[in-house]
Structures are given as structure tokens and as C-alpha cells.
Design a binder for this molecule. Structure first.
Ligand code: ADP
Ligand code: MG
Length: 634
């Protein structure tokens, strides 16, 4: 390299160094994928050129036959993947090959364990990309020139994958990129025509671009004649009957940058009417590591009449299906469509509702036919799907059918109870679907609020995900049955205990008497607790606990309240109601107390233990401990 080539030695970003190391070590057992990754990058580069050339045909530079060439040189021990795609400028080479822009990378890398098997699985979800070249090569050279720039604007990037790389200016007459792998001593196997053709057939048959290799003479010498070695038709455009499952899977890996097979897919071709489109949509097997990150990109690859337009188009699916990957090819949008035009193009709502339907159909089918597969889907994406009822009013009932819960009647662990199951098990007099929200399944299971439901054998859904309160706020009913929190409002015993009108009247009479009997005590307790509680009343929920806290019917639950507070949101505090169990020994004994100080101590003990039972923090934990200890001594 001469000085006027502006040769520079640069360091990889720290994350790249780490990633490189992991890719090379954890993916060694599947090393042939390097070719898939390089060919898929070449194909992406060609797609980008095709798209940019729509508005600037000069970019073709009189060479509009887009193709990828794969060749090898046994003597030089190199494999070269060349494309005449968009190419890279020097800045782009530094930016795209020396850093990882993906948000959350650092956090992701910190989760790697050092265990190769586990890491291979994680790294697969992350997408391995260009760095996989270093699995088989001890030096990689990238010579490139951006389409539309003069030959003198070429760049040569080179690295041994050891933390540093060099960049220099070069002359490059042809547009596009050549990636040259200098193979490690141990990888001589890849210098083999048959082997390379097989790998291409296995991973890249479906790419929309021809991949060419040289014809060889009988003794293996390359000739000047090139032949296409893949099918080179857009996979989604083929009839379903001509596509093998393996091909669907490989195509998924191409569109998603995922390393694992997808869980399921749905391929639809809709013609006629004013909405022609083909969609091939996939559900991944695992949630991406950054599914909840705010600046995560998602969305489909958009093609218009087979021409790639753009990646990560979010408009075609609702947020609650953002985990879906795939392509949409349509004639309903113009070729020159931009992100701005897409924002409010009149076909978007139609396409979106059509694609949403395809995904929901697919989920219905899996749920009905392959419950275990559905359970695995639910484990990965259930929490995202729960956003559905709030976001998609039209499909609220369909999404509700796809939800899964744990309940007081569920067996084993995991969430398997459907709302249909629940409704089927409802008691004849029961009108509502009862649920309890809690911090975790143990807290839910032992909540005092469940006592009366347990006693009468009424099922309660146990909701322990952060999003559940949000869900229940928006899913007010299912099949005409309202959802009701067991920790809110007044309980209708007639429904729960299946009381006859006579029994009910008797119960009410008894209540009145009890009310009178405890009136004095409740007043004193309320005076002690002051504004902490809105009121103290008799409970119908409790059988074995002395006390619990209840919210008013429309108030926010304690989980939601904590969540909002933690997020720094203003929360209007709603005071809870303290309910006491008149049949409990403690409450009975309290009646006998006369000393004001003692009553006050008990008021706090009951209030604090109710807070603890619902998973809320105590105002003064040390005081609670002190009171407990004093009581224990007595
Ligand atoms: P990804 O393909 O997921 O973006 P890669 O690691 O495979 O990640 O590639 C990193 C980046 O390098 C690409 O996004 C692209 O900008 C650039 N790149 C790689 N190969 C090529 C190529 N053949 N032509 C142009 N750019 C390329
Ligand atoms: Mg790539």
C-alpha cells in the first residue's frame, strides 16, 4: 500500500471484538454458514442497487445484469464472493464492517455464558453476518466500490479478525463488492467445487438473484464459462406445492437473520380485486433478545412486483404481532413508494388487516392442532400478544381466544388455561370471569383474596405478568362474561356461594347484626389508621386470614400502581379498603380489647400484613417487625 492510498490501521469497536471471538468459537460446528451469510449480504447489496436505480438508472453503469459470483482458487487458497450491487464507500466500510450499530448489543453480549452450545443458540438469534467469514478464514479482504462513483473511489478493507483492520483507497473499475477469504490451513475442504455448489443449493437456492460459478474441466480446471447454480426465483412467488419445508426454513433465515428454524409460517397469494399481494410470514421459534427495547426495529421486507423496496416496514402488522418476520410483495403500492408515502397510503389499512388475519389464522391453527407448539409460542410471545385486545378492537375476540393463563384449576406449571376452558367450567350461577393479579405465582396462589373462591370451588385466573393489568383494563369481557378482579369491589356472594334468595336474605340479616356488633371496633381501628385506608368493613372473601385490602371497582390495582410509580409516572393514589374477617379468632379477640394503645398496634399489624400479602411495600417495615416481635413475646 502506498501512502496516497491513505492506508489506515483501525481498531474494531469493543463489541465487534467480542462478537468476533464468540462467532468464531461457538459456530465452528456449523462453519459452512459463512457462505450463506456472505451470499445473503451480496444479495442485499443487489436489492439495494435495484431499488436506488429505480430513481437513478445511471447507477447501473451499463451493467444491469445483477448477479453474484462465487469462485475459488485452490493454489492461492482463497474463496471469493463478488456482487455487482450497491457497493461500499470507504466511510461505509469502516462504519458497517468495523462497528455494530444494533442497539442492545452490549447487553446481549453480557448475557453470553462462555458455554459454546448455549452461546451458539443466543448468537443465532442475534444474527451472525459478515463476521462469520472469520470462522474459516484467517484473513478477509473486502474490495468495494459504491455504484455511481468513479473507479478511483474504491476501498480495500482487510483484517485478520484479531481486533484490527486496515482500510485503503484502491482503483476498482467494476461496481460492487468482492469479499476474498484467505482460508485457514484447516479449511482446505472448502476449496472444492462440489462442496461449494452444495452449500449454495442448501442455503441460497431461493435468493432472488442468480448465483454463478465457473464451469470446470474434467480435471477440475476453471473455464471462462459461468453457470447459474441456484434457482434464482423469489421463493414466495412460487406455488406452495413447489416449495419444500427446508426451503421455507432457509428463506426464513435469510429474511430474519435468525439462525434457527422458524416455529411456523403462512404463505398466501391473493389475486384479483384491488388488492393483489403475496405474503410469506413467519413466527420465530424464540423471541429476539431485544424484543422489549424501545428502539428495536421490526417489520416486513417490502417488495413491489418482485423488486425489493425496503426493510423493516412496520405498517403492515399491528404492534402486538411485531415478532412476525417475512416478506410482502404487492402490486397495490407504486414502485417509487417511500417511507413517507407508506405512512398514509390508502392500501395500508387493507393490507394490514389482511396480514393480521393470516397471522391470527395461523395461530388458531397451531393452537387447535399442535398444542405443544402453541405452548412454546406462548412462552416466547404471549406477553406481546396480550397487547392485542388494547390495540386491535376488531380482532379483540380472536386474540382473547388465543390467550393462555394459569388459574386455580390449572395443572402443572405454565399457562394453559384458555378463556373458553374457564367459561366451560363456570358454575351455573356464576356470571363473571374472576382473576387475581399478583407479583408472582406464589403470591397469587396464597393470596387471602382467593379464600372464599377456593371454598366454593370457583376458578380464578392468576395473572402475574406486568402487562396483565393493562390487558384486563382493555379486555372487559369474554363471550359476554365480564372480567372481575377478586381484589376489587364488593363480592356478590349470591353468585359465588350459589345462595338462594332466602339464604341471601338471611345472610344479609346476619351481616347487619355483625356490622352493628363490630361497628365500635372498626371505628377505633379506622381512627388509628387514619387516611391510610378509605374504610374498614366486613369481608366475605376471607375464610382463614383475618384481613385483606380491597380496591374499589374502577381503581388501579396495586401492581399497576407500583409499575407506574417505578416508571416515574404521576399516580393518583386511591385509598384501599381494609376488609376484616369476623369469623377469625384475632378479630374476635380484638372485640375484647379495651386499651386504645393495644387496638392501635393491632390496627397496624392487620394493615401491614394485608399490604405484605398483596406484595406492596410497607410504609415502615422496621415498625412492623418490632410490633410482631412484641406480640410474639406476649
Ligand atoms: P447485516 O447483513 O445483518 O446487516 P452483516 O454483518 O451481514 O449484517 O453485514 C454488515 C453490513 O456490512 C451490512 O449491513 C452492509 O451494510 C455491509 N455489507 C456487507 N456485505 C456487503 C456487500 N457485499 N455489499 C455491500 N455492503 C455489504
Ligand atoms: Mg448479513
Amino acid at each position: 500500500m502506498t501512502l496516497d492510498a491513505h492506508a489506515e490501521k483501525l481498531s474494531f469497536q469493543a463489541e465487534v471484538k467480542q462478537l468476533l471471538h464468540i462467532v468464531v468459537h461457538s459456530l465452528y460446528s456449523n462453519k459452512e454458514i459463512f457462505l450463506r451469510e456472505l451470499v445473503s449480504n451480496a444479495s442485499d447489496a443487489i436489492d439495494k442497487l435495484r431499488f436506488e436505480a429505480l430513481s437513478d438508472p445511471a447507477l447501473y453503469e451499463k451493467d444491469s445484469e445483477l448477479k453474484i459470483r462465487v469462485s475459488f482458487d485452490a493454489d492461492a487458497r482463497t474463496i471469493t464472493v463478488s456482487d455487482n450491487g450497491i457497493g461500499l464507500t470507504r466511510e461505509e466500510a469502516v462504519e458497517n464492517l468495523g462497528t455494530i450499530a444494533k442497539s442492545g448489543t452490549r447487553e446481549f453480549l453480557s448475557r453470553l455464558t462462555g458455554d459454546q452450545k448455549k452461546d451458539a443458540h443466543l448468537i443465532g438469534q442475534f444474527g451472525v453476518g459478515f463476521y462469520s467469514a472469520f470462522i474459516v478464514a484467517d484473513r478477509v479482504t473486502v474490495n468495494s466500490r459504491r455504484a455511481g462513483l468513479g473507479a478511483e473511489h474504491g476501498v480495500s478493507w482487510e483484517s485478520a479478525g484479531d481486533g484490527e483492520y486496515t482500510v485503503a483507497n484502491i482503483q476498482k473499475a467494476t461496481r460492487g463488492t468482492d469479499v476474498i477469504l484467505h482460508l485457514k490451513e484447516s479449511e482446505t475442504d472448502f476449496l472444492n467445487d462440489w462442496r461449494l455448489r452444495n452449500i449454495i443449493a442448501k442455503y441460497s437456492d431461493h435468493l432472488n438473484v442468480p448465483i454463478l460459478m465457473q464451469k470446470r474441466t474434467d480435471d477440475g480446471k476453471p473455464t471462462e464459462e459461468w453457470e447459474t447454480v441456484n434457482r434464482a426465483t423469489a421463493l414466495w412467488a412460487l406455488p406452495k406445492s413447489q416449495i419444500k419445508p427446508e426451503e421455507y426454513k432457509e428463506f426464513y433465515k435469510y429474511v430474519s437473520h435468525d439462525f434457527e428454524d422458524p416455529l411456523a409460517w403462512t404463505h398466501n397469494k391473493i389475486e384479483g380485486g384491488n388488492l393483489d399481494y403475496t405474503s410469506l410470514l413467519y413466527i420465530p421459534a424464540h423471541a429476539p433478545f431485544d424484543m422489549w427495547s424501545r428502539d428495536k426495529h421490526y417489520g416486513l421486507k417490502l417488495y413491489v412486483q418482485r423488486v425489493f423496496i425496503m426493510d423493516q416496514v412496520e405498517q403492515f402488522l399491528p404492534m402486538y404481532l411485531r415478532f412476525v418476520k417475512g416478506v410482502l410483495d404487492t402490486t397495490a403500492l407504486p414502485l417509487n413508494v417511500s417511507r413517507e408515502i407508506l405512512q398514509d397510503h390508502y392500501t395500508i389499512p387493507k393490507l394490514r388487516s389482511a396480514l393480521t388475519r393470516h397471522v391470527l389464522d395461523l395461530l388458531d391453527k397451531i393452537a387447535a392442532e399442535e398444542p405443544e407448539k402453541y405452548a412454546s409460542f406462548w412462552k416466547e410471545f404471549g406477553n406481546v400478544l396480550k397487547e392485542g385486545p388494547a390495540e386491535d378492537y376488531t380482532n379483540r375476540a380472536r386474540v382473547a381466544n388465543l390467550l393462555r393463563f394459569t388459574s386455580t384449576h390449572s395443572e402443572g406449571d405454565g399457562q394453559h388455561v384458555t378463556l373458553q376452558d374457564y367459561v366451560k367450567r363456570m358454575k351455573p350461577e356464576q356470571k363473571k370471569i374472576y382473576y387475581l393479579t399478583a407479583e408472582n405465582i406464589h403470591a397469587a396462589g396464597s393470596s387471602p383474596h382467593l379464600e372464599v373462591f377456593r371454598k366454593h370451588g370457583i376458578e380464578v385466573l392468576l395473572l402475574t405478568d406486568r402487562i396483565d393489568e393493562w390487558l384486563t383494563n382493555h379486555l372487559a369481557e369474554f363471550e359476554g362474561k365480564p372480567l372481575q378482579s377478586v381484589a376489587k369491589g364488593e363480592l356478590d356472594l349470591a353468585e359465588i356461594a350459589a345462595e338462594t334468595p332466602e339464604e341471601k336474605a338471611k345472610e344479609e340479616q346476619k351481616d347487619k347484626e355483625l356490622q352493628k356488633e363490630f361497628d365500635g371496633l372498626f371505628k377505633e381501628l379506622k381512627a388509628s389508621l387514619g387516611e391510610r385506608v378509605k374504610e374498614i368493613r366486613l369481608s366475605h372473601r376471607l375464610t382463614s386470614s383475618p384481613a385483606c385490602l380491597v380496591r374499589e371497582q374502577n381503581a388501579m390495582g396495586p401492581q399497576m400502581e407500583r409499575l407506574l410509580k417505578a416508571a416515574g409516572q404521576p399516580v393518583t393514589e386511591v385509598k384501599p379498603i381494609l376488609e376484616l374477617n369476623p369469623d377469625h379468632l384475632i378479630i374476635k379477640k380484638l372485640q375484647e380489647l379495651t386499651e386504645e394503645k393495644q387496638i392501635k398496634e393491632w390496627a397496624f399489624i392487620l394493615y401491614d400484613q394485608s399490604l405484605l400479602a398483596e406484595g406492596s411495600p410497607l410504609e415502615d417495615p422496621a415498625a412492623f417487625v418490632k410490633r410482631m416481635n412484641e406480640l410474639l413475646i406476649k
